[in-house]
Design a protein around this ligand. Structure first.
Ligand SMILES: C[S@@+](CC[C@H](N)C(=O)[O-])C[C@H]1O[C@@H](n2cnc3c(N)ncnc32)[C@H](O)[C@@H]1O
Length: 430
């Protein structure tokens, strides 16, 4: 255990060439905004794209010859886009179908004139269609809860038109469904920018077609210049539970990933509008199953399993038990899952390969949940060497790290702090 570094340290020594304290804080151009491609669809806890650039640079400096990059919790495809751009092959997965839809759309090539042609056909189809009684009858009460009648009708028309005028399973169908997905919150009564499922009774939702046109223009500019993968380069993105099988799907040289944080975002609930409209599940709650950090339906772990995680974790678990049994169980389940995920990452790496994990700590009723230190311990147990943990500042430009009582971002510094900092934990397979 001696090689495991305390995640609270600023930078830690290892055989890897050291990085400066601020290495992971900024991209090379400090004033640079994220490339528009990273803004085509909102996604919670997306990390900045320069993390991948820095990870590639760090790997190269340490002699890792990177041909294949993986992100095992790929979210909306930030790592995928940056790895592809730099000529690397990519393998990624996410359990959330909305995430993999966005990631695929961001990494595919489109012909500009075809995009415009499909868009015009969809607009025309929208104008000339009306929802039938059956269409309306199929709309669930959950959808009715979020949307006004007029927008429900317009969303039915738009959805039908996209499916009618784009070839099934084509990148173009995915492109327009991704756009459709991103207008669902502005056209509903979902509390704007909230990361909790909350209704805003005072909101005036946007009109469907007006929002879709803006969305198309934004996506066309952002993705219109996407290239085909180079010769020999592959980009594979799967919708799957990374922990469903122990066997790695492929071997890679560099993993850049950010596991969910426990007691943090609930991805199934946050994406319920997209899940329901895109018919990824009849009940969005089905998607909670298998999600790391999920707090629903988690039973008590065995004592043996908890003890296998070490004394620090076992003590934290005991502390949480006295506050809330349910929360304690979900934190324990999360820690056990992270342990499995890290071991699987080790098995996915080629000899000499590197893994870069980005993770933040959380807190519950004053009990600190040190996700980063736990991750470093799991890496040690899995056989990683040269483990080093660096604290990185979460840029205030990209995210205000405070939330008010309703879960909205706020600049009120007296509100509950969320993520002012996080950790980049690096290790290698020797
Ligand atoms: C912190 S986010 C990753 C964000 C990503 N780095 C980006 O820039 O978009 C963590 C992701 O892990 C996914 N996830 C949770 N449990 C999973 C599992 N068992 N298998 C695969 N993905 C999972 C969530 O759906 C979420 O997208």
């Amino acid at each position: 255990m001696s090689s495991v570094l305390k995640a609270s340290s600023t930078t830690s020594a290892s055989n890897c060439s050291p990085v400066s304290a601020s290495y992971w804080d900024f991209g090379d151009r400090r004033d640079s905004r994220e490339d528009p491609i990273h803004r085509i669809h909102s996604y919670p806890a997306k990390f900045p794209s320069f993390i991948t650039t820095k990870a590639l640079e760090h790997a190269k400096r340490n002699g890792v010859d990177v041909k294949v990059v993986a992100d095992v919790f790929c979210g909306c495809g930030t790592t995928a886009v940056e790895a592809k751009r730099r000529g690397k092959s990519f393998w990624g997965c996410d359990i959330n179908p909305v995430a993999t839809l966005i990631a695929k759309v961001k990494t595919r090539h489109y012909r500009g004139p075809a995009l415009v042609r499909y868009f015009e056909a969809i607009q025309e189809g929208f104008r000339s269609t009306k929802p039938s009684m059956e269409d309306r009858a199929r709309i669930s009460d959950r959808i009715r809860y979020w949307f006004e009648e007029r927008n429900i009708d317009d969303l039915i028309r738009l959805d039908r038109s996209i499916r009618q005028f784009t070839p099934a399973k084509s990148p173009y169908r995915a492109f327009f469904l991704c756009g459709f997905s991103n207008i669902l919150k502005p056209t509903s009564r979902w509390l704007t920018k909230s990361i909790k499922a909350q209704l805003d009774p005072h909101k005036s939702p946007r009109g469907v077609m007006e929002a879709f046109e803006d969305q198309f223009n934004q996506m066309q500019k952002a993705c219109g210049a996407n290239l085909f993968p180079a010769r020999g380069q592959t980009v594979r993105i799967r919708t799957q539970d990374f922990l469903a099988s122990e066997k790695p799907s492929c071997l890679v040289d560099l993993i850049v990933t950010s596991p969910p944080y426990v007691t943090s975002y609930n991805y199934a609930d946050i994406h319920q509008l997209s899940t329901l409209w895109l018919r990824s599940a009849t009940d969005y709650r089905e998607l909670r199953r298998g999600m790391l950090g999920n707090q629903y339906g988690v039973g008590p772990p065995s004592l043996e399993a908890i003890e296998s995680l070490g004394t620090t974790t076992a003590e934290m678990y005991q502390g949480l038990l006295s506050e809330c049994r349910h929360k304690a169980h979900s934190v324990a389940r999360y820690f056990l899952d992270v342990d499995k995920a890290v071991a699987k990452c080790w098995r996915m790496l080629n000899t000499g390969g590197m893994a870069v994990f980005v993770i933040g700590n959380t807190e519950y009723k004053g009990i600190r949940i040190d996700n980063a230190a736990h991750l470093a311990r799991c890496m040690d147990r899995a056989g990683f060497c040269d483990i080093a943990s660096t604290r990185r500042k979460v840029s205030l430009k990209t995210m205000t790290p405070y939330r008010d009582a309703r879960g909205r971002f706020t600049r009120d510094l007296t509100a509950r702090e969320v993520y002012g900092e996080e950790f980049v934990v690096v290790g290698r397979r020797s």
